[in-house]
Design a protein around this ligand. Structure first.
Ligand code: ADP
Ligand code: MG
Length: 242
């Protein structure tokens, strides 16, 4: 059984069919990189996995349990699936440390000391041990995004979803965020990563999933995808990149 499974998932926005019969299985410890043109449904796929969007047909399962079922416990689910977006959305009037402790204190009912100690460990892990007392506007975009990753990790998720987390960053700040993600992958975190960073996809990804027009059109190991894609869509996509 895979850790995260999309089973014949269909998603509509009104009349628009945005995810079409999507099957995708992510194994524990696997880094699955999702690429594809703008509008192909990548963000929607991640958002459905976190129940930010509802699906109309099929099922999404985490550890064998349906998360798309209307009766699923959304709060419990969101604790197990962390998500980081392109826009960091940190709380502007809270320090880096407070941004990381907020949810665990509230949701997990951790006491202050335990929450602070854990947050300090996580800030250390993303290379921000000296910025705990800084406010978001005192941090660079790359630092803010690393706080956002620490904040998501604070809930001890089983799976992390990353949606173009470096797309809004100045080019010189992209590497520090990708390095943190690379480290997480090396530690065995299960990750579903939407990105345009093909170097990262190739180096860190265990699988490359190409989406086009709401469908998974290719699902290959990186070596294969980047050297000799199986599908015509894969070849087309690559030819536009290089
Ligand atoms: P990607 O992340 O691959 O760029 P998205 O998942 O954001 O693609 O979007 C897929 C399709 O769904 C697009 O056609 C987009 O216009 C549409 N879409 C996304 N979000 C909404 C929404 N909230 N309401 C209506 N249509 C949406
Ligand atoms: Mg998107």
């Amino acid at each position: 059984m895979s850790l995260l499974e999309f089973d014949k998932v269909d998603k509509y926005f009104g009349e628009t069919h945005v995810l079409k019969d999507v099957d995708l299985e992510v194994e524990e410890g696997e880094v699955c990189v999702i690429i594809g043109p703008s509008g192909s449904g990548k963000s929607t796929l991640l958002r459905c996995a976190n129940r930010l969007e509802e699906i109309q047909d099929g099922e999404i399962r985490l550890d064998g349990t349906s998360i798309s079922d209307p009766d699923a416990d959304i709060n419990h689910l969101r604790q197990r699936i962390g998500m980081v977006f392109q826009s960091f959305n940190l709380f502007p009037h809270k320090t880096a440390l407070e941004n990381v402790t907020l949810a665990p204190k509230k949701v997990k009912d951790l006491d202050e000391g335990v929450a602070v100690q854990r947050a300090e460990e996580l800030l250390d892990r993303v290379g921000l041990e000296n910025q705990a007392a800084s406010y978001p506007n005192q941090l660079s975009g790359g630092q803010q995004q690393r706080v956002a990753i620490a904040r998501a990790l604070a809930m001890d998720p089983h799976v992390m979803l990353f949606d173009e987390v470096t797309s809004a960053l100045d080019p010189e700040l992209v590497g520090e965020v990708l390095d943190v993600m690379h480290g997480l992958a090396d530690e065995g975190m299960t990750m579903l990563v939407v990105t345009h960073e093909m170097g990262f996809a190739r180096e860190v990804g265990d699988r490359i999933v190409l989406m086009a027009d709401g469908r998974v059109v290719e699902d290959s190991p990186p070596e294969q995808f980047f050297e000799d894609p199986e599908t015509e869509r894969g070849k087309q996509f690559l030819s536009k990149l290089f």
